[in-house]
Design a protein around this ligand. Structure first.
Ligand code: AMP
Length: 560
């Protein structure tokens, strides 16, 4: 066991919960976890001010699981979440942390799925119920006793719940639970309405908030990139193509992530290694020495493992996973910009983490400007620039040293110097894509695409127009509620497939996959279904986006 585990071990969690946390690969508790876990374990009511990305889910899930009695087969903890997505995410987190607790069951209760099986699972003794308020109230109408055994309540993202109009539902739910329960409320902001709920329904709550001091980081240029979580590896690889770095440190959250990303980078030919708390101290020192003297250029680390790391060669810090709090962000990016040099810090932000970005901007007092994922043309230009830079210094005296050999080879082979130079380039670049078409083919726009969208992508392969062109005129399928249909003049004849459009819109629009509906690629245009809400802003964001080297120019499409 490594020394860092001490951080979690000191928190007094149930041994089986602790074992599951260790198996998950977390090295140390985040700031909100250090503060909230003891309070919840002690049975106090609590108000936690924290947003997504701070580790807030584990901050309540770990102590609540520690206090559950697996032998009692009845609902003991209720977690309310504003959306189905969050409810599922929280339920999955509970399942992960309960892996070593046989007999503990978690049920997610949300709208859009049949009610019968949900109620059955609750009655069958799921101890943890994660629910959206609306659906839970529907259950209460069928069975008012369903929450009568709840001992722990968590309102997650309470401010979002109120924004979505769940106030009345919350009142119904509060009434259906025993008054002796423990109540915990997590919210990113504490407007008056939240304080009022706390006053009415929480008993002498303790306040937990991560204090954020303003910190300055002037010598460091900071930028962020919006990216969907399952596209991070592809995004990192593409960013590295165009970033001119000497040495780079990338931060991720878990040991496994250090290994996965370092391996992906090595496979692409980078001199990269992982640094995490499981790696023995002498090996860690070897990694750092290698980064210092240039045997390594990239280290992918967890915060714990990178503590105290001081390597002046580091020009770039890449926050592949969001830090838990602004302090650790400032700490991380302080690894560059050492010894009076300027450094560059990149931050990958998933759509759910936007708020954390705003907090970081507030605390550092600096705008973290947005960059777009480089397109194929930019990747190609960067590759050619690197090649130019590596060859230019050799040109001056190469003719003196190798000119005669060149003459002999061209004579022996019977080719022109241009043909020979081209052959040498092919050898030197070792199969690397160095034309636009090759780079476009190589760029993984949407890695790991799976699930329902995969099917729609397959169904949307570029179609050949039939003779009358009737496919072009075919009536579009009806639109789902809340969606708008948009059109681009790019189609199959431009070599575009649905996945190219999907990738570009996800990458540059900062959307989640489920935000994008059906994509129909026709011969001379394509249609994409996007969320109606915020559409104008999204189209503005995509204004300069190119797909396959051509402008996307997405516009709202009206059927009439
Ligand atoms: P949350 O703020 O609860 O949405 O958590 C954000 C992410 O951080 C989730 O992917 C968690 O799995 C991860 N996480 C939470 N606590 C830790 C920790 N102590 N160490 C590493 N990762 C964590």
């Amino acid at each position: 066991m490594t020394q860092e585990i001490g951080g979690f071990a000191a928190l007094d969690l149930h041994p089986n919960v602790l074992a599951a946390v260790i198996a998950t690969g977390y090295e140390e508790p985040s700031a909100i976890q250090i503060q909230a876990i003891p309070v919840i374990l002690a049975g106090h009511d609590m108000i936690g001010q924290a947003q997504t990305g701070t580790g807030k889910t584990a901050a309540f899930a770990l102590p609540i699981l520690s206090r559950i009695d697996p032998a009692k087969r009845q609902p003991q903890a209720l977690i309310l979440a504003p959306t189905r997505e969050l409810a599922l995410q929280v339920a999955t987190a509970f399942e992960t942390y309960a892996k070593q607790m046989p007999g503990v069951n978690v049920i997610a209760v949300y709208g859009g799925a049949p009610m019968g099986p949900q109620l059955k699972a609750i009655r069958n003794g799921a101890q943890i119920v994660v629910a959206t308020p609306g659906r839970l109230v529907d259950h209460l109408r069928r069975d008012e006793k369903v929450l009568s055994t709840i001992q722990h309540l968590v309102l997650d993202e309470a401010d979002e719940m109120l924004k979505l109009g769940f106030m009345d539902d919350l009142e119904v739910i509060f009434k259906a639970m025993p008054e002796s329960r423990q109540s915990v409320l997590f919210s990113a902001t504490l407007p008056h309405s939240i304080r009022a709920i706390a006053e009415k329904h929480l008993r002498d709550p303790k306040h937990v908030k991560i204090e954020t001091k303003t910190q300055t980081v002037t010598a460091i240029e900071q930028v962020h990139l919006m990216v969907h979580a399952d596209q991070k590896h592809a995004a990192v690889l593409r960013l590295l193509e165009v970033e001119e770095f000497d040495a780079l440190i990338g931060f991720v959250r878990t040991k496994q992530a250090t290994l996965d990303l370092a391996a992906a980078l090595e496979a692409k030919g980078y001199k990269a290694a992982a640094l995490n708390g499981d790696i023995a101290q002498n090996q860690r020192e070897r990694v750092i020495d290698s980064l210092k003297d240039g045997r390594l250029d990239i280290v992918i680390a967890t915060d714990v493992a990178a503590r105290g790391l001081d390597v002046p060669r580091i020009t770039h810090v890449m926050n592949v996973d969001m830090p838990y709090d602004p302090e650790s962000y400032v700490h991380r990016i302080g690894r560059t910009g050492r010894a009076g040099r300027t450094g560059r810090a990149l931050l990958l932000v998933t759509p759910r983490e936007r708020r954390m970005l705003q907090v970081i901007e507030r605390v550092t007092g600096q705008k973290v400007g947005e960059v777009k994922l480089p397109d194929a043309q930019q990747v190609l230009d960067a590759r050619i620039k690197k090649l130019t830079n590596s060859l230019a210094p050799l040109v001056a005296d190469a003719e003196a040293s190798h000119g005669d050999l060149l003459d002999r080879l061209t004579a022996d082979i019977g080719c022109s110097p241009r043909a020979l130079a081209a052959a040498l380039l092919r050898k030197a670049t070792n199969g690397q894509a160095l034309t636009l078409a090759e780079v476009q083919r190589d760029q993984p726009l949407v890695p790991n695409s799976s699930g329902p969208r995969e099917r729609s992508e397959r169904g949307d392969r570029p179609e050949r127009p039939d003779r009358e062109g009737s496919r072009e005129r075919r009536a579009p399928v009806p639109l789902a509620e809340g969606r708008a249909r948009c059109r681009t003049a790019l189609g199959a004849r431009d070599g575009i497939a649905a996945k190219n459009l999907l990738g570009a819109i996800l990458n540059e629009g900062g959307l989640a996959r489920e935000d994008i509906g059906r994509i129909q690629v026709r011969e001379s245009f394509s249609l994409v279904e996007l969320p109606e809400e915020g559409l104008e802003r999204l189209l503005g964001k995509l204004k300069d986006t190119r797909v396959g080297g051509k402008p996307l120019k997405l516009r709202r499409y009206r059927e009439d």
